[in-house]
Design a protein around this ligand. Structure first.
Ligand code: NAD
Length: 361
């Protein structure tokens, strides 16, 4: 018998009415009956902050921890070293395991696995939506209609077509590639990417993308920048005041990767000064975002340019089914001693199994 601890977001009435909200606390990823029938203990909570939280109280006796990026239980180095004595496996129900201190997990030989690919289409679609919402000035237009106003010029003065623009992705893995692929249909001037790993030649050719190896040069060329790299030592705080000074004036930025890749204040100031024309995404430097987080209300000088939402791009109902099934598969393999799907493994036996979390020796 093993003890599995899961930290999931509270779904409330929505989760009771909609059983396909598998990622919610109430629906327990659809694995509660199975785990019980196998004789395992399964604790599920949304209470994740501080030493008195259920998360921290149950952690010392848990063999397996399941978390999600949507309501991240931060498994810090301190918790790994001092509280998670029994922990052998940390599963991310979704994609993106930066809320786990991966270096500390390596020290303690804890395996970290995620359901790679489970929501990459969901996110890529969201990015395309965010890009269009910013470039076409959608949010202020809708707000105007709700207010009962009708002043077309106030919206049109900052509305553009995506056609003919240069669109670039910082990070061109599963999501970045899928974003660019979807944008081909909009006839952009050019699709470019910045990534230390080059796309296979056939993939570059398929979408007509060009790799730019210098980050400043890349930023200076993009009308639209979409961020699709994991959060790690090399990307934390990467988009700061200095880097933003290299961005083409009036560019739009969409970040559905991780909030902490962008500096909170630098983004707000760049938007307010008009250095960037818009910022959208669904990820925040801490989640849930505090009520006074500047990204909730920041605006460009014309009163628009904010397309922020709560973190949900990768948790559509379609995605939830895929990451719930994937979580069960990872768990089942671990319980029966079967090898994990290699693409799902982030760290194992004290080492990084993926090249996506930074360039290492
Ligand atoms: P992936 O591993 O397929 O691709 C990541 C790419 O980023 C890789 O090609 C890697 O080489 C590149 N990269 C890493 N560091 C870089 C750097 N410093 N500069 C440039 N490129 C760099 O991952 P993916 O499936 O495309 O997901 C990417 C990230 O998106 C995840 O790690 C996660 O943080 C985020 N994500 C968000 C949601 C959401 O709901 N908002 C859902 C899924 C994933």
């Amino acid at each position: 018998m093993v003890k599995v601890l899961a930290v999931l977001y509270r779904g409330g009435k929505a989760a009771v009415e909609e059983p396909r909200l598998l990622g919610a606390l109430e629906n327990k990823l659809g694995i509660a009956d199975w785990l019980k029938s196998e004789g395992h203990e399964f604790i599920v909570t949304d209470d994740k902050e501080g030493p008195d939280s259920v998360f921290q109280k149950e952690l010392p006796t848990a063999d397996v921890l399941i978390t999600t990026p949507f309501h991240p239980a931060y498994l810090t180095g301190d918790l790994i070293r001092n509280k998670a004595q029994n922990l052998k496996l940390a599963i991310t129900a979704g994609v993106g395991s930066d809320h786990v201190d991966l270096n500390a997990a390596n020290e303690k030989k804890i395996t970290v696995a995620e359901v790679t690919g489970s929501n990459v289409v969901s996110v890529a679609e969201h990015v395309v939506m965010d890009i269009l919402a910013l470039v076409r000035n959608f949010v202020p237009a809708h707000e105007m209609i709700e207010r009962g106003d009708w002043v077309v010029a106030d919206i049109a003065r900052n509305a553009f077509d995506l056609e003919g623009k240069v669109i670039g992705t910082l990070g061109c893995g599963r999501i970045g590639f899928r974003v660019l692929k979807r944008l081909v249909a909009f006839d952009p001037k050019e699709l470019i990417y910045y990534d230390y790993a080059a796309l296979p030649a056939a993939a570059e050719k398929e979408i007509g993308a060009r790799r730019v190896e210098d980050l400043h040069e890349f930023l200076g060329q993009c009308d639209v920048i979409t961020i699709n790299a994991p959060l790690h030592e090399g990307t934390r705080g990467l988009v700061n005041k200095e880097l933003l000074s290299h961005v083409k004036k009036g560019a739009w930025i969409v970040n559905t990767a991780r909030g902490a890749i962008c500096d909170r204040i630098a983004i707000k100031e760049a938007l307010e000064s008009g250095q960037i024309n818009g910022y959208a995404g669904d990820v925040w430097d801490v989640q849930p975002a505090p009520k006074d987080h500047p990204w909730r209300t920041m605006k460009n000088p014309l009163g628009g340019g904010n397309g922020m939402t709560p973190h949900y791009s990768g948790t559509t109902l379609d995605a939830q089914k895929r990451y719930a099934d994937g979580t069960k598969d990872i768990l089942q393999r671990w319980l029966t001693g079967k090898e994990q799907e290699p693409a799902n493994v982030i760290v194992i036996n004290g080492e990084y199994a993926t090249k996506a979390y930074g360039q290492r020796k």
